[in-house]
Design a protein around this ligand. Sequence first.
Ligand SMILES: Cc1ncc(COP(=O)(O)O)c(C=O)c1O
Length: 406
Amino acid sequence: MKTIAGNKYLINKDNLITIDSVSLKTLLEGCKTPIMVFLESKIRDNIQTFNKIFNSVFSNYEGFYSFKANFLPDICSIIQSEGIGAEIVGIPELNLALRLGYSSDKIIAGGPYLPDQFIEKCVLNDVREIIIYNINDIKRVNEISEKYGKSQNLCLRINSQKFGSKLGIVLDAKTLSKLEKILQDCKTICLKTILSHRATQMNNFEQFRINLENVTHAYTQLKNSGIKVDNINLGGGFPEAVVIPEIQLKKIALRLKEYLDLLEINVNQIYFEPGRYFVGDAGIFLTEIIKVTDDRWIFLNIGNNICPKFARCSLRFYNATKINASHKFKTSIAGIIPTDQDILVKDYFFTQSLDEGDVVIITNVGAYTLTFSNRFPYSLPPIFLVSGTNVKKIFDPIVDSDFSLR
Ligand SMILES: Cc1ncc(COP(=O)(O)O)c(C=O)c1O
């Protein structure tokens, strides 16, 4: 018995592949490729592992799922049932979080684009914090909360200082004094938290340390200007759970804690906002080879339209039809968009024999594939949620036509 891509819910036993407790054969009897499958138990395991580690290291950890990683309602609902909050960027996600029963105290909302309607909806629904990327937005939140007789907590996104990053606030002297003034003038808002999110797929401690250093530096700058914040938010950026071993995640948590202790910074709460870690390895595509060339290129029946490079997934490819054959022959894999740019991977170790009709499993596609997918005019794949022996169709392109949020 072997796991596929290190995922304990993808098993190859005697040439038979099972996805949780459903055989691949059974799954494909009911429908044609391409399809997308999510593993409910993997999402739950990932959340429980993350919570176990961060709760054991920090007495004040709280997790918020970054909806943009995957906003399928069934996925967000599973995450809600594990007690995780929501980090959302706009009205469609806010509507979804509220509809799924996320309590307003578990929702942090905001981003680079805060239209009045979004601020109003956040204020009226008493979201825990509105996240500010532009200090001029503070006045707008203040006006709106004043209008409704509410008081609103805020979180400031601090620029990560990563080369070229334009997101968030750079706390130079001019901005700091402007901020001081704004906070003095605005009576219906309260700055509670500062956030720095550095990058995606951070797989060594150094990147997390730089991010923490950025937050603690901002914390001290604010404190020296008489602005005391209660909480810090370190964002997301963790790789897929199968890519980062538990022991390494624990090391990262422990070293972050050590670093905070060293600086003698005591905050009420420390938030994390994982997206990819929770859902990345819980999604797979089942696809098929539709063409093989003499120079070992294969074309699959999906491409960057639904499995985009932008998603930065740790893609792994397996020839499910020849799963026991050794995967050590360099093969390049292209998609179905009629452009030579639609390349999924080059020189990937794959089976020697390549045939049209071979079923190919692509793993680690649960995060950002759907959100960064585009409208190239192919039909979307059906999406299934597997849990034990249960298979539920959670998206049917014929009935639902689109999984976008409204
Ligand atoms: C502010 C913030 N928090 C959290 C995330 C989630 O990141 P990841 O999915 O890499 O954990 C992102 C992703 O871009 C982000 O911008």
